[in-house]
Design a protein around this ligand. Structure first.
Ligand SMILES: [Zn+2]
Length: 390
């Protein structure tokens, strides 16, 4: 029914680029079977990004383990904040064993990292106010849980998708659609029905832009339902938008004046980091859709850096296996030849190796498992690194 590959297709190596299958044929025919090390790095970041967040290693490690090949992988922890030219994953093994998986390996981390990075940027722009992922409707449904998973990893407080939330083990977050209000023919009636059905279980967020002016609808809902309403959501269409900051300011004023200081204001509809920053003084939360689910991918490449133990890389690329070190005191980072004795940081702090053995001889190690399994821990890890970087 859907134009999608299956897990088995990926494991078989069918989701690959034809130049890899041809390369395998040529190398096999000529008995060239060499051991290599190849590393995953980003050489440039999209837009004005100064950093990215690595995500998708959980699926990458699971795929490699499933292949049951004699491969070793060193990887940084899922959620590591990085800059260009820093090695994040290194695969060591016979090139013929993993050559056809390059397409899938890159695809897994390029998109997941792009989404986690953009979610983290939105969350940073919102300065502690919640950002919920509303992006499932903008992407193919087969990958919606994956997209929302990495939006959540990047720091979103919740996701609207029911399947996505269930796979994450969280409650889905949502408000009410315009359809409910249209079917009731009135915002207050629809909000009351929402409260009657779900008031004991979820925070009631009423949508106040369906029929009339947002300010007067906000006052009507607040007066009619008071504390039963947790927040009001504005999803005002572009044709009526004018200045959202002014609309918010008016609504806030009118609500406060009538004793509804506790009713929050949520926004959705075409939000970006820039808009979040503009609105953040007055808004209390955001639903972000397209901007997160359509996040630019991070262009990782998988480059050979060593062949049969000898450093070798294409031009424009540093050869040899490397360490990615971060100072435990001042957080300065250096890339250093692997197994060379690490430098001492200027601040006299100690450099810690971020690249840990995640797969040993085809099997995910304890360190590898720990680096991806603690999902909540990795969310906090991302938050702390972003905070230290902006
Ligand atoms: Zn230091």
């Amino acid at each position: 029914m859907f134009h999608a590959a299956t897990e088995e297709d990926v494991i078989r190596g069918d989701v690959t680029d034809v130049y890899f299958t041809r390369t395998v044929e040529i190398l096999r025919k000529n008995n060239i079977d060499k051991k290599v090390r190849a590393e995953l790095v980003v050489k440039s970041l999209p837009e004005n990004y100064h950093w990215g967040i690595l995500a998708g290693t959980e699926e990458l490690l699971a795929l490699i383990e499933k292949l049951n090949l004699s491969l070793n992988v060193r990887a940084v922890r899922e959620g590591t904040l990085f800059r260009i030219h820093q090695p994040l994953i290194e695969i060591e093994g016979r090139y013929l064993d993993f050559c056809v998986y390059e397409t899938a390996v890159l695809g897994l981390v390029c998109q997941a990292s792009g989404i986690a990075t953009r979610a983290a940027r939105c969350v940073a722009a919102a300065r502690g106010k919640p950002v919920v992922c509303f992006g499932a409707r903008r992407i193919h449904p087969i990958i919606a849980p994956m997209v929302e998973r990495y939006a959540y990893l990047g720091g979103c407080e919740g996701v609207a998708g029911v399947k996505s939330a269930s796979l994450l083990g969280i409650e889905p977050s949502g408000t009410m659609p315009h359809a409910l209000i249209l079917l009731y023919g009135d915002t207050v009636a629809a909000t009351r029905a929402f409260y009657d059905a779900f008031g004991q279980r979820v925070n009631i967020i009423s949508l106040v832009d369906t029929f009339n002016d947002e300010k007067f609808e906000a006052i009507r809902v607040a007066e009619a339902l008071g504390n039963k309403v947790f927040a009001l959501r504005l999803d005002t269409p572009a044709s009526r938008k004018g200045s959202v900051v002014d609309i918010l300011r008016e609504i806030r004023w009118e609500l406060d004046l009538r004793g509804h200081k506790n009713i929050r204001l949520f926004l959705s509809g075409g939000l970006t980091e820039e808009k979040i920053r503009e609105l953040n003084e007055l808004a209390d939360g955001y639903g972000v859709g397209t901007y997160i689910s359509n996040a630019p991918v991070l262009d990782f490449s998988l480059d050979i850096v060593e062949i049969e133990g000898a450093p070798l890389a294409k031009k424009g690329k540093l050869s040899g296996s490397k360490s990615f070190l971060r100072c435990n005191a001042c957080r300065r980072e250096v890339v250093w030849p692997y197994q060379a004795s690490p430098p001492r940081c200027e601040c006299d702090g100690e450099f810690v190796e971020l690249l840990q053995t995640a797969i040993q001889n085809g099997k995910v190690t304890r360190a590898g498992r720990l680096s991806v399994e603690d999902f909540e821990g990795n969310r906090d890890y991302i938050k702390a690194q972003v905070k230290a970087s902006i």
